[in-house]
Design a binder for this molecule. Structure first.
Ligand SMILES: Nc1ncnc2c1ncn2[C@@H]1O[C@H](COP(=O)(O)OP(=O)(O)OP(=O)(O)O)[C@@H](O)[C@H]1O
Length: 676
C-alpha cells in the first residue's frame, strides 16, 4: 500500500512553516551577532575624525602655492569646504592662495593686500581649521581671538564666520561694546571664537573676573593699520601682554605702514611676510576708475546734489569728514528729494542703528549712503557703483580705503574725489602711492544750484538751522585739525561763502578761529616754524576724534566709578543721541578738541583772512528753479566720454526719496544677540 501524504512514518516531510520559522530565527540571530560585531569594530566618531585630521596635517607640508586655484586644493576639513561651497566660495584670491597654506602650517603671517581682495577668508579658513585640528569643543573655552578696529567690521567678519563655519560645532561670539558689560561677561566664557573691538576686549580683560585667554591658540588682527590709526596702539599692547606667548598670530592690513610693522614686531614671531600687490603697478584695484574734480567749497553741495540727480539708479557712498556734516546734509538732502534713497552712517549713532543702516544699504539696489570714515575701512557693501569723497581724505591711505568700498572682488567701480583748489597737493600724494587719478571737469551748465532752496528750508526749520551751524563749525574744525598743512589750510577756506552754501545767512562764530585771530603773529610764526621742523605724525579725522572722545569719556567714567561701570553710565550712553544737541553745545568740547589737537601734535594752522571771515557778503547765486524731474545730462565735462554715465532716459520716473525721519535718532537700545 502506498503511503498517503499525511501518513506518519520515517519518510514524512517536515512541516515547511515550522522549518521556515526555525531558519528565520537562526538567520536573525546570525544577523544580530554580525551587527554587534560590526558595532564593536566601528570606531568612535572622534577617532575617525582624528585619523582624517592626521591625514590632512600630513598634507600641510606638501602644499604648493603654484598648484592652488581652489579652496579644495588645500588640505581642508570637509566641514570647512562644505561651508565655503555653500557660501559660493570656490576659487581662491591671491592673498588667500598665498597665506592660507602658511597659516595652516602654523606660521605667524603678516598679510597685506589691496582693498576688496579677500583678506577676511584668508584668516577665517585657518581659524576654523586650527580649532578643528585640536577637536576643540565649546567646553574648551576661548581658542581664537579676532580683533577688528570698528564695530561694523567686527560684525561683518562675524557674519562671514557664521556662514563659512556653520558646519563646525564651535561657538562664536561678537563683543563690540555699546551694551551691558555684565550680560556679555556672563556669556563670554562659552565662546570659542571671539570677534571683538580692542577697547571692549581690554575692558573685559580688566573687569570681567572670569574672563581668561589662557588656552588661546590663535590671535587675528584684522585691519591692523586702522586699529593703530584709531589710537589703539596702547590698548593693543595691553591686550597682547594679557595673552599667552605660545600662540599663532595672523595680522592683516590693506596698507603697509611703519606702525603696522611696529605692531607686527610686537605681536608676531618670525612671521612670513605676504604682500601680494607689492609689485603691482597700482595700489588700487584695476577695475576701479578714479577721477577727481576741483571745485570751490561753496559749490560742493550743489555738485553733490547734481551728482545724485544723475545717478538715481546707482548705489553710492559719499564720504564726509565729520559726523555733524553727515547729520545735517543727510537731513537737508532728504528735504531736497533728489529721487534716491538716502541713508546715513556715522559714529554718533547707536550701535544697533549702525547695524540696521549697514544691512539696509546692503539690501538696497539703488541708494546713497552718507558716511564718515567709520565706513571707510573693511566694510564690504556689495555692488557699490560709486564712491564719492565729498571732503578730501586726511591722507592717501584713507583715500585708498574709502575708494576700496567699490570695485571689490573683480567688480567694476568708480571713485570721484572732490578737491578744493587749496587741496590739490593731495593729487601728488595719491600718485606717489600708485593711485591713478585723473582730473575731470564739471559742466557748469548742468550744475543745479540748491543754495536758495537750502536757505528757504532753514528759514522754516530752526532745528535744521542749528544743525547747519554745527555742520559748519565741525567742517572748519576738521580742516583746522588736519595734520597735513600742505593740503589742509584753514586760512584758505572761503568762510562766508561756505556758510551761505549751507543755507545759513551768517557764518557761525568759530571760537578757535577767533582765538587765533586775537594772537595772530605768534601763532603764525609758530605755525610757519612748525611747518619746517615738525615730523609728520598721523592725524585723526574729526570722526576719529569724536570716537576717541567717546572712548576717553567711557574710560574716564570707569575710572571715576572706581573701576565699576554703573548702570547709569550705560543708560546715558544708550540714550546718547537724545542728548546729542545738549552734548554738542557743551563748552568744554572745544577745550577737549584743543587738547586732542595738542596730544596728536597738531600744529597751529595759519590764519584765516580776518576781514573776510567777518564780512558776510551776498554771493550771487543763479538758482535754476527747474523741475526736479528734469534730465541732467552731461553734468561733468570729462576727458573720457560721459563719466557720470548719464543716461536718464530710463531714469525719468523719479523714485521718491526715502529717508527715515529718525535715522539719526537712536531708538534701538537692544543689544546685539551674542550668538553661540
Ligand atoms: N575666494 C573668493 N571667491 C569669491 N568671492 C570672494 C572670495 N574671497 C572674497 N570674496 C568676496 O570679495 C569681497 C571682498 O572680500 P573681503 O571683505 O575679505 O576683502 P578685504 O581684502 O578684507 O577688503 P578690505 O581691505 O577693504 O577690508 C567680499 O564680498 C567677499 O565675499
Amino acid at each position: 500500500m502506498g503511503k498517503t501524504a499525511n501518513s506518519p512514518g520515517s519518510g514524512a516531510r517536515p512541516d515547511p512553516v515550522r522549518s521556515f520559522n526555525r531558519w528565520k530565527k537562526k538567520h536573525s540571530h546570525r544577523q544580530n551577532k554580525k551587527k554587534q560585531l560590526r558595532k564593536q569594530l566601528k570606531k568612535p566618531e572622534w577617532q575617525v575624525e582624528r585619523e582624517s585630521i592626521s591625514r590632512l596635517m600630513q598634507n600641510y607640508e606638501k602644499i604648493n602655492v603654484n598648484e592652488i586655484t581652489r579652496f579644495s586644493d588645500f588640505p581642508l576639513s570637509k566641514k570647512t569646504l562644505k561651508g565655503l561651497q555653500e557660501a559660493q566660495y570656490r576659487l581662491v584670491t591671491e592673498i588667500q592662495k598665498q597665506t592660507i597654506g602658511l597659516a595652516l602650517q602654523g606660521k605667524d603671517v603678516l598679510g597685506a593686500a589691496k582693498t576688496g581682495s579677500g583678506k577676511t577668508l584668508a584668516f577665517l579658513v585657518p581659524v576654523l581649521e586650527a580649532l578643528y585640528r585640536l577637536q576643540w569643543t565649546s567646553t574648551d573655552g576661548l581658542g581664537v581671538l579676532i580683533i577688528s578696529p570698528t564695530r561694523e567690521l567686527a560684525y561683518q567678519t562675524f557674519e562671514v564666520l557664521r556662514k563659512v563655519g556653520k558646519n563646525h560645532d564651535f561657538s562664536a561670539g561678537l563683543i563690540i561694546g555699546g551694551k551691558d558689560l555684565k550680560h556679555e561677561a556672563e556669556r563670554i566664557n562659552n565662546i570659542n571664537i571671539l570677534v571683538c573691538t580692542p577697547g571692549r576686549l581690554l575692558q573685559h580683560m580688566d573687569e570681567t573676573v572670569s574672563f581668561h585667554a589662557t588656552d588661546l591658540q590663535m590671535l587675528v588682527l584684522d585691519e591692523a593699520d586702522r586699529i593703530l590709526d584709531m589710537g589703539f596702539a596702547d590698548t593693543m599692547n595691553a591686550v597682547i601682554e594679557n595673552l599667552p606667548k605660545k600662540r599663532q598670530t595672523l595680522l592683516f592690513s590693506a596698507t603697509q605702514t611703519k606702525s603696522v610693522k611696529d605692531l607686527a614686531r610686537l605681536s608676531l614671531k618670525n612671521p612670513e611676510y605676504v604682500w601680494v600687490h607689492e609689485k603691482a603697478k597700482y595700489s588700487t584695484p584695476a577695475t576701479l576708475e578714479q577721477n577727481y574734480i576741483v571745485c570751490e567749497l561753496q559749490q560742493k553741495i550743489s555738485v553733490l546734489y547734481s551728482f545724485l540727480r544723475s545717478h538715481l539708479k546707482k548705489k553710492s557712498i559719499v564720504f564726509f569728514s565729520s559726523c555733524k556734516e553727515v547729520q545735517y546734509l543727510y537731513r537737508v538732502f532728504c528735504r531736497l528729494r533728489p529721487g534716491v534713497s538716502i541713508l546715513a552712517l556715522h559714529g554718533r549713532q547707536q550701535q544697533m542703528r549702525r547695524m540696521e543702516v549697514y544691512n539696509e544699504f546692503v539690501r538696497k539696489r539703488a541708494a546713497v549712503l552718507f558716511a564718515t570714515d567709520i565706513a571707510a575701512r573693511g566694510l564690504d557693501f556689495p555692488a557699490v557703483n560709486w564712491v564719492l569723497q565729498f571732503d578730501c581724505p586726511e591722507d592717501a591711505n584713507t583715500y585708498i580705503h574709502r575708494a576700496g568700498r567699490t570695485a571689490r572682488y573683480k567688480e567694476d567701480g568708480e571713485a570721484l574725489l572732490i578737491l578744493l583748489p587749496s587741496e590739490k597737493a593731495m593729487v601728488q600724494q595719491l600718485l606717489q602711492k600708485k593711485v591713478p587719478v585723473k582730473e575731470i571737469k564739471i559742466n557748469p551748465e548742468k550744475l543745479i544750484d540748491v543754495q536758495k532752496k537750502l536757505e528757504s528750508i532753514l528759514a522754516q526749520d530752526q532745528d535744521l538751522k542749528e544743525r547747519a551751524q554745527r555742520c559748519f563749525v565741525s567742517y572748519v574744525r576738521s580742516v583746522y585739525l588736519m595734520k597735513d598743512k600742505e593740503v589742509f589750510d584753514v586760512s584758505k577756506l572761503p568762510i562766508p561763502e561756505y556758510a551761505l552754501s549751507l543755507g545759513l545767512a551768517v557764518a557761525p562764530r568759530v571760537r578757535f578761529l577767533q582765538k587765533m585771530q586775537k594772537q595772530p603773529t605768534k601763532e603764525l610764526v609758530r605755525s610757519q616754524a612748525d611747518k619746517v621742523i615738525e615730523p609728520r605724525a598721523p592725524s585723526l579725522t574729526n570722526d576719529e576724534v569724536e570716537e576717541f572722545r567717546a572712548y576717553f569719556n567711557e574710560k574716564m567714567s570707569i575710572l571715576q566709578k572706581g573701576g565699576k561701570r554703573l548702570e547709569g553710565t550705560e543708560h546715558r550712553q544708550d540714550n546718547d543721541t537724545g542728548n546729542e544737541e545738549q552734548e554738542e553745545e557743551e563748552d568744554d568740547e572745544e577745550e577737549m578738541e584743543e587738547k586732542l589737537a595738542k596730544a596728536k601734535g597738531s600744529q597751529a594752522p595759519s590764519l584765516p583772512n580776518t576781514s573776510e571771515a567777518q564780512k558776510i557778503k551776498e554771493v550771487p547765486t543763479q538758482f535754476l528753479d527747474r523741475d526736479e524731474e528734469e534730465e541732467d545730462a552731461d553734468f561733468l565735462k570729462v576727458k573720457r566720454h560721459n563719466v557720470f554715465g548719464l543716461d536718464l532716459k530710463d531714469e525719468k520716473t523719479l523714485q521718491p526719496t526715502q529717508c527715515e525721519d529718525n535715522q539719526d535718532e537712536d531708538l534701538y537700545n537692544d543689544p546685539l544677540p551674542l550668538d553661540e
